[in-house]
Design a protein. Structure first.
Length: 332
């Protein structure tokens, strides 16, 4: 996974890592303002959970223990977390990903590529930037379903530590490996921003047996490494409300599945073939260079995602309205 490791250049300032988004740069290159653009470069649900009213106390007061307990209880119920597992909430999955090397205690990690590049970058930033393609390493890291090809990984039990990033798994809850957190050795990461479409809220979770959520070398718990007030008051309030709204979750899964099939049918008319993905994003092998397709869409102010390790792969999120669908079809 050399593309990810090289993002941290020890001879100078860190280079910006490859991600979706970046509408400011797209607009600077192709014109318009970010508000003019249709951003299909991420896997964020384009029809987000309705925020509803947020109490004045959530904005005014420091987040309290009661609000955190309410959020964690809702999370435990929604994901059917084993009683023996602990849940830690944070300001998104990203800070949790950056702390996974602390749980590994300096041990080398196997991170099969291609995948979300922040995992390898986190290990590289701790000086653990070795080749990540060795299954014999005692730490395994999987994005499940994988980004960008949607692979579901097999059970990797028996390792010293297995990290399973389930940021996109809420569209396929039957595939979750959260039951494995009943015993030590497995950490499951959850992102609130993808399925609920509220990436700006910044909310994520680490779920594992308490023995796993500590630095293996020092014994320091992950919660102490993170410090106090890891989640904002509004995020605590909205997150608990959304996790209890199972009717919205079921209706959203149905809508996403229908829209993903619609996107496949539309894109495959160009001669593209499906690489995979989830019902939040789809990845295609295009008939020509992916950069050409990205530029063609960009001329219509539609932003897509290409990858440094493939000349033909193009990833698209879902349009969120009939107007957006019409924009995409016209651009194609």
């Amino acid at each position: 996974m050399s593309a990810s490791v090289s993002d941290t250049d020890r001879r100078g300032p860190p280079r910006k890592r490859d991600h979706g988004g970046g509408l400011d740069a797209a607009a600077a290159r192709f014109g318009g303002t970010p508000h003019d653009w249709l951003d299909l470069s991420t896997g964020i649900n384009p029809v987000p959970y309705p925020l509803g009213d947020i109490s004045a106390e959530a904005w005014h007061r420091l987040p309290g223990d009661g609000a955190m307990e309410d959020l964690l209880h809702a999370a435990r119920t929604f994901w059917n977390v084993p009683e023996t597992a602990e849940i830690i909430a944070a300001a998104g999955a990203s800070p949790l990903i950056s702390l996974m090397p602390e749980l590994a205690g300096g041990q080398p990690a196997h991170i099969p590529a291609p995948t979300y590049n922040e995992h390898a970058a986190a290990f590289a930033a701790r000086g653990q930037g070795q080749p990540f393609d060795d299954p014999a390493h005692p730490v395994h890291v999987y994005v499940h379903p994988n980004n960008p090809d949607g692979r579901l990984w097999p059970d990797a039990a028996g390792r010293a530590l297995t990290v399973i990033d389930e940021s996109f798994c809420d569209v396929t809850p039957e595939a979750s490996q959260i039951a494995r957190t009943a015993k030590p050795g497995t950490v499951v990461l959850k992102s609130f921003g993808k399925f609920w479409g509220l990436a700006g809220l910044r909310l994520g979770f680490a779920i594992a047996h308490p023995d796993t959520l500590r630095n293996t070398a020092t014994g320091v718990p992950l919660s102490e490494l993170m410090g106090p007030w890891t989640v904002s008051g509004p995020a605590l309030e909205v997150g608990a409300r959304a996790l209890r709204d199972t009717a919205w979750a079921e209706a959203t899964r149905t809508r996403l599945a229908a829209d993903a099939a619609r996107l496949d049918a539309l894109i495959q008319r160009t001669g593209a073939t499906s690489v995979g993905g989830t019902t939040l994003f789809r990845t295609y092998a295009m008939p020509d260079r992916a950069a050409q397709w990205q530029e063609q869409l960009a001329r219509h102010h539609i932003w897509s995602r290409i990858f440094p390790y493939s000349d033909t792969w193009l990833r698209l999120g879902l349009p969120g309205s009939e107007r957006d669908w019409a924009r995409l079809e016209a651009a194609l």
